[in-house]
Design a protein around this ligand. Structure first.
Ligand SMILES: Nc1nc2c(c(=O)[nH]1)N[C@H]1C(S)=C(S)[C@@H](COP(=O)(O)OP(=O)(O)OC[C@H]3O[C@@H](n4cnc5c(N)ncnc54)[C@H](O)[C@@H]3O)O[C@H]1N2
Ligand code: MOO
Ligand SMILES: [Mg+2]
Length: 417
């Protein structure tokens, strides 16, 4: 077995989280391949190039109400006590429509979404009339342009609808459809291999002998990769056997990134550290965070980016959030690789280690109309508390200089799931 690149506590300085992230991102580039997908297949993809509206939206003046299209001047004096009676000359439903015009003293019955007849400049809702079909009594004077939806008031043809790097969610796909687009240019999906290491690991559901544990990191990572908009090309478990790991690395199927969990610390059998160190292209760092301190990042022969995350399950979740997700989103071509965060009220107090950024799994709540956060489990930030992830809505991110979070303090939280 090769020599362990030693990194005992207190010997190597801790690297700030931001510096470690910047080192990773400087070694990651967008995949750059573009595909075209139908809107129905666009959910979760990333827009490769900006797109513009092909039509005006709305594409014709139309009614916002079921009622009567009128000439506002005709009915300016209308009231409940003194209704103005108009002749109904057309009945307009939403759908294919012929040109219609109304003259003085005339109205058209009109439904929401139907084109406004020429000559009309306001719509009176049916509730403000006697609902007549040949003649209608208007009981309220409309404001000029009342309940008219104007051509192009939302978008004009040629206006930018979506910008490159956006994640395509329901609202953006709907906007593209409304703007006349049928398909969108999207970026290629990174293929990510997930490898959990540990001779103690057995498949979830398998009987547990002494010393064995159910592998939760594979599922955690595969879910996180998918949630980040990437594809899981392979998921496997390997024992702490350098030969097996070298074999897999040598014969692996092509992919765009590899995420290892476990075996990156300074233990005698920390196989990922031993084997990745042999390549000379993977750096090991002690990062100023809790959990998630031991980290590995680099490339394998052929240039595939490789992450070695510490094996404790909460450390895996935190490390993915802090380092892998931003890298995968960069490969995807996302404009925004940082997850939004909010400041909420700490419901109870807790401690945070000096000089390290703490990622505390939290559960959200509310008190006196304000959103609150409290540690998801009594065990707090214990990196082995996989069961506690069930109660976690996300993480509180406590800055390096803070050693005590007091009840009532504002804390930054990122909501993950
Ligand atoms: N002497 C030192 N020991 C340790 C240090 C240190 O600085 N000096 N750091 C500790 C910290 S912090 C962490 S985090 C862990 C990281 O360890 P490894 O990345 O080497 O991970 P393992 O040793 O393989 O496993 C750690 C822990 O996690 C459990 N595990 C591993 N894989 C899975 C899985 N797929 N599903 C569920 N649980 C898993 C494993 O059984 C261990 O309990 O090192 C500390 N030690
Ligand atoms: O820093 Mo370790 O990652 O505590 O769990
Ligand atoms: Mg270890």
């Amino acid at each position: 077995m090769s020599t362990i690149p030693a990194a005992p506590d207190g010997v190597e300085p801790l690297v700030p989280v931001q510096e470690h992230l910047e080192g990773i991102l400087s070694g990651i580039a967008p995949l750059g391949r573009v595909e075209h997908v139908r809107l129905a297949d666009a959910a979760g993809r990333t827009l490769a190039t900006s797109v513009d509206a092909l039509v005006d939206l709305p594409s014709f003046d139309n009614s916002a109400m079921d009622g009567y299209a009128v000439r506002q001047a005709d009915v300016a004096a209308a009231s409940t006590d003194h209704p103005v009676v108009l002749t109904v000359v057309a009945d307009l439903a939403a759908g294919p429509a012929a040109e219609v015009a109304i003259g003085p003293g005339e109205a058209a019955r009109i439904m929401t979404g139907a084109p406004i007849p020429s000559g009309a400049d306001a719509v009176v809702p049916v509730e403000r009339t006697d609902a007549g079909t040949t003649r209608v009594a208007i009981r309220q004077a409309p404001r000029p342009s009342q309940h008219l939806r104007r051509r192009g008031e939302d978008l004009h043809a040629g206006d930018r609808v979506l910008t490159a790097g956006m994640e395509l969610g329901a609202g953006r796909i709907a906007a593209a459809a409304a703007a006349g687009l049928a398909e969108l240019p999207v970026t290629a999906v990174p293929q990510v291999a997930v490898v959990a290491t540990g001779s103690e690991l057995v498949e979830p559901g398998a009987p547990l002998g002494r010393g064995l544990i159910h592998d939760s990191n594979s599922l955690l990572l595969a879910s996180l990769v998918a949630e980040a908009g990437c594809a899981v090309s392979e998921v496997l478990r390997l024992p702490d056997d350098p030969r097996r790991l070298r074999e897999w690395i040598g014969g692996r199927a092509p992919c765009d990134a590899i995420v290892f969990a476990g075996g990156v610390s300074v233990g005698a059998h920390d196989v990922v550290r031993h084997v990745l160190a042999e390549f000379g292209t993977v750096a090991f760092a002690r990062v100023a965070m809790q959990p998630g301190k031991p980290q590995a990042f680099g490339t394998l022969p052929g240039g595939t980016p490789v992450f070695g995350l510490p094996g404790n399950p909460v450390s895996v979740a935190v490390s993915f959030e802090a380092f892998v997700r931003p890298a995968l989103l960069t490969m995807l071509g996302r404009a925004q690789v940082r997850r939004p965060s909010w400041h909420v009220v700490a419901e109870v107090g807790w401690c945070s280690p000096a000089g390290r950024r703490q990622y505390m799994p939290i559960a959200l709540g509310s008190r006196d109309g304000r959103t609150t956060a409290r540690p998801a489990t009594a065990g707090g930030a214990g990196s082995h508390l996989a069961g506690g992830l069930a109660a976690a809505d996300g993480f509180a991110i406590v800055p390096e200089h803070v050693e005590v979070v007091a009840a009532g303090d504002l804390v930054e939280v990122a909501i993950l799931w």
